[in-house]
Design a protein around this ligand. Structure first.
Ligand code: DC
Length: 237
């Protein structure tokens, strides 16, 4: 299985995990935190999305374990910084797929693919490697529970469902004005359900996670809250 990851720019610091429901702003907060702290930001969902993209493009029947195993052997994922934005972007077999993996076509299938044991083992092993040197903010669904159970700071994000639907709709509509709010709502409900009910590593709040409900607070306020938590945990690390 060649699911190797290369991440540049790591330092020796703490690990910060951000888990939570779809579209509650995990990546926005994770990127801002990483920028403020000089940490590397890793979007673990991008890995599941890139694997899904590969399966879709190559017509892989992911209900067949032998086909999944073979396909994973042909998938090589890397994160590289975009020098204009300063953010890590994901590459699938040397192609930058950071933007194409955000399409609804991928979003419709990614929760099914992310529920497959072999896919998760491959992704989790690479995520753990990336955290070896700490100085990382990683967001996802099982980062504080499975990937980094000993992380110094675990944040569990949530927000009112309709607010999440509106946020995701706005984001997708800017790229594709044909998208409807019903499609977005259906996709979000479906992903939340599959992600929290799957057998392997379902989405759940780690016992020691701090809850951040951002339904009514601004991006600035949530960043300041998270930075305070980080400062407190760094003091203890
Ligand atoms: O965060 P996101 O919406 O880009 O994630 C895409 C999908 O990948 C989401 O439906 C759940 C899955 N995922 C997961 O199972 N585990 C993670 N650590 C991250 C994402």
């Amino acid at each position: 299985m060649d699911c190797g990851i290369f991440v540049s720019g790591m330092d020796k610091k703490i690990i910060i995990t951000i888990d939570g429901w779809s579209s509650c702003g995990k990546s926005t907060l994770a990127k801002q935190l990483a920028r403020e702290l000089g940490y590397v930001y890793i979007d673990s969902g991008a890995m599941y999305r890139a694997i899904t993209l590969y399966f879709l493009r190559n017509h892989i029947d992911w209900t067949k374990p032998e086909l999944v195993k073979d396909a994973l052997d042909h998938i090589h994922l890397e994160f590289h910084p975009n020098h204009k934005t300063g953010q890590s972007e994901i590459y699938l077999n040397e192609e930058n797929v950071e933007y194409v993996i955000r399409d609804l076509v991928v979003a419709e299938k990614v929760s099914d693919v992310a529920a497959i044991g072999a896919v998760r083992s491959c992704a989790v092993a690479q995520q753990q490697k990336m955290g070896r040197r700490k100085g990382i903010v990683m967001d996802g669904r099982d980062i504080g529970t499975v990937v980094f159970p000993d992380a110094a700071l675990k944040i569990f994000m949530t927000a009112d469902k309709e607010i999440r639907v509106q946020r995701r709709f706005k984001e997708l509509y800017e790229k594709n004005p044909n998208v409807t709010i019903e499609e977005v709502r259906h996709n979000l409900e479906m992903r939340d359900h599959i992600d929290s009910h799957r057998e392997i590593s379902p989405l759940r709040q780690a016992d020691d996670a701090l809850i951040l409900d951002n339904s009514t607070i601004s991006e600035k306020e949530q960043l300041s809250l998270a930075l305070n938590w980080a400062a407190e945990r760094m003091g203890k690390a």
